[in-house]
Design a protein around this ligand. Sequence first.
Ligand code: ATP
Ligand code: MG
Length: 562
Amino acid sequence: MSEENTTRSNFIRNIVVADLESGKHQSIVTRFPPEPNGHLHIGHAKSICLNFGLAKEFGGKTNLRFDDTNPLKESEDFAQAIMEDVRWLGFEWSELHHASDYFDQLYQWALHLIDQGLAYVDSQDADTIRAQRGTLTEPGQNSPHRDRSVEENRDLFERMAAGEFGDGEHVLRAKIDMASGNINLRDPVLYRIINAPHHRTGDKWHIYPMYDWAHGQSDSLEHITHSLCTLEFEDHRPLYEWFLQHIPAPSQPRQIEFARGNLDYTVMSKRRLLQLVEENHVNGWDDPRMPTIAGMRRRGYTPESIRHFWTEAGVSKSDSILPMGVLENALRDDLNERAPRAMAVLDPLKVVLTNFPEGETEWIEAQVHPQKPEMGMRKVPLSRELWVERGDFMEDPPRKFFRLRPGGEVRLRNAFIIQCDEVIKDDNGEVTELRCSFDPDTRSGMPGASRKVKGTIHWVSAEHGVAAEVRLYDRLFNVPNPLADKDGNYLDHLNPEALTVVHGAVVEPSVAEGKPGDFYQFERTGYFVHDSEDSKPDALVLNRSVTLRDSWARLEKQLASQ
Ligand code: ATP
Ligand code: MG
């Protein structure tokens, strides 16, 4: 892959440049603030690349902060997985924080608001509070508790914190403006009672802060200079700023919103990904069909390809859905440069080279990468019996079929030209073997090496080939936008062919030496990776990460339709 370009201009980068030039900031601090209630997905990677990328470019810092304000949905396991994913993407945070680290401070600041007459305890239920919020065209109504005294509010709030009440009995609300044109400013809830332990603070708290009350203050405590979030928080910005203006905040970060990254042929929200996992539509969060970072890693995506994809996609304020094909191309471009080549036969048909001495092995020197001599050579064994793809032979082929046919010639990749002399079939008429002769004069270095035949096919020595299970992955959904189906269910559009398991594939021996995560281009077939969960030295499992651009599979389809 060409050198990574992290300096692509965008409106956020322009703001950072201006703030550094004007001296508003000497250096920048950003943060990535995931909620540990699920695994990261490719959309999160956009935010990660943006936050870490900017800080890296300008010599600043990026914190990782877990937004762990809802103990009912969050766990340490998710937090650990998120850290692994961020590191795998190639980023290291300056400081690790948790919103829960700030619960004491947030509580003190809530008391501060109460003392200023800027917050009150409301004892109505959630439905009533919601109904009183009004609409875009109608102002809200004041709660009957809005004018409680400071003393009463303090007393109730302290008792909420002490665990004296049941869930939902009271909330603490900011006292802003029930007639505000911005609904977020209509006395938003700051704290709710949740009598549940938290994975980090244990039994200490019975009240937990709302996202809005925790987020900006956490940013301020960490001296975040630019707090980058997605567009749905644009309407929350006045609230973010109101909070920071009405407490003794240690710093005033600036919130800037950008459009979420979306991709077609998949879904991204954690809620839906959780549903896919829980209802067993996929095999876990790291299923290679999933758009999670863990799934994509297992599928064979590289961090380089994902970073490159988001850099090229840019950052803007308008929502869009990017084509999955662009992400797939980013992976192809990267693997085309870096993946060692190998041969694998997915649907084996036996070829016997009748003029090749029995019991002998010829070790062919083949390039690891045709354009990169520095990647060296590999040894590929050749013997009398080989496997070729069943699809590379046709008894009665159409005109443009340039592979094996009775009496026809084809070049064996890295070896020589063979001719098909005889077709052996079983009782059902099924082809079981091809008897071929090879032309020794067409080996590399021999006078006939440059003799042209129209087709070249890949092959594996039957004696030396290693059996493998191959998992062919495709897109998770078979329509670009499964959520656009308002009448049906997005699950109706799951692609049943997103996974095809091929048993009985055969790979060249060099592949058997690979370890989980090692990738290859199987010539003519696609890019593959050793499955990190299931592949064992004596039971290989290889995942197809992505097809080749002009994939053999597509050619196959085209031929079939002729
Ligand atoms: P989801 O809606 O997918 O569950 P989320 O926004 O609830 O995601 P968080 O854990 O709260 O997930 O997100 C952490 C950070 O990642 C936030 O700053 C959020 O804005 C950002 N983020 C989440 N999804 C995307 C996306 N698709 N594109 C860009 N940034 C995203
Ligand atoms: Mg969220």
